[in-house]
Design a protein around this ligand. Sequence first.
Ligand code: FUB
Length: 341
Amino acid sequence: MKKLKHQKALIMTALYAVISVACNSNIKQHSPIQSIPDTLDYTAPIITIRYSADPSARVFNDTLYLYPSHDKDNAQWWDMEDYYVYSTTDLKTFKDEGLVFNPIRQTTWAKQYAWAPDCVERNGKYYFYFPTDQDHIGVAIGDKPTGPFKDALGKPLVSRSSPGIVAPRDFIDPNVFIDNDGTAYLLVGQNALNIIRLNEDMISYDNKPVVLNNTTDLPYFFEGIWMHKYDGKYYLSYSTGPNITGKAPQIAYATADSIYGPYTYRGIILNEVSSHTNHHSIVEYKDRWFLFFHTSDLALSHIPANSEERKYVQWRRSVHVAELHYKPDGTICPIILSPHK
Ligand code: FUB
């Protein structure tokens, strides 16, 4: 067993070396006037004031905002209730912008499980999309990126039972993508990706969702969908969950020339992390690209190895950031974390 582990570590190190050589040749030189460090330590959590997971990173008015979910200090499950926002301009220091929304207390309909959110801006208003109850996606509106946000509809925007929705498992993890022509799409689901074209008001839709085929378009898709565009192409990245036999969740991606596909599977961006769940976002900031993700490394460092509490670390996660590099053919250099114990 020990020998096997050692061999695995050697293979991972060798793999990382090969990938680094292949990818470093395309790393751009950064302008010295940028205040983001040239190298980011992606093994160090960036939010330590409280546990945070499922980070959606967004840039509004030259500031990068993080919209994570909030794992409770003593969590023993994903029973999250509220949302805090963080902001930065250098990716070194993150300002705690405080509590911005609690759907359990501030809506009449959400009962539990305030999981991975997202936030986008349109016409000076900020639209905060949040899942609850493993069944509903709500939308709240604020005048600033830091809220406070108010439930827009008094009911969910869309639910598992809404016409045309395919939800073989949880109906969670909303991601909103605004294309260059201004059309906004809500992407959502677990084990089936629903793409819903939103109306101009961002709080309604008319068309039926388009559901992507898991086998041909998004192999191994489980949850945590994120759409971004790079060099005119659509990139869908997502957690593989338990869908790759023998592997813990990783972040994989597929690319296409149009939003509804057909998509081509491109492989893994981020390997297995210590939190069991793997959830990320990708954003361009100051002409560089970044991957935000979570691990349970901080909780593991707090809780002694022989403590009973260790079994709860998957529900006590913290956010990290790594710089992403694209190769000339548009594929992404993977971020390989060391195998965790
Ligand atoms: O944080 C709760 C759930 O865990 C998220 O909705 C999933 O993506 C996973 O990270």
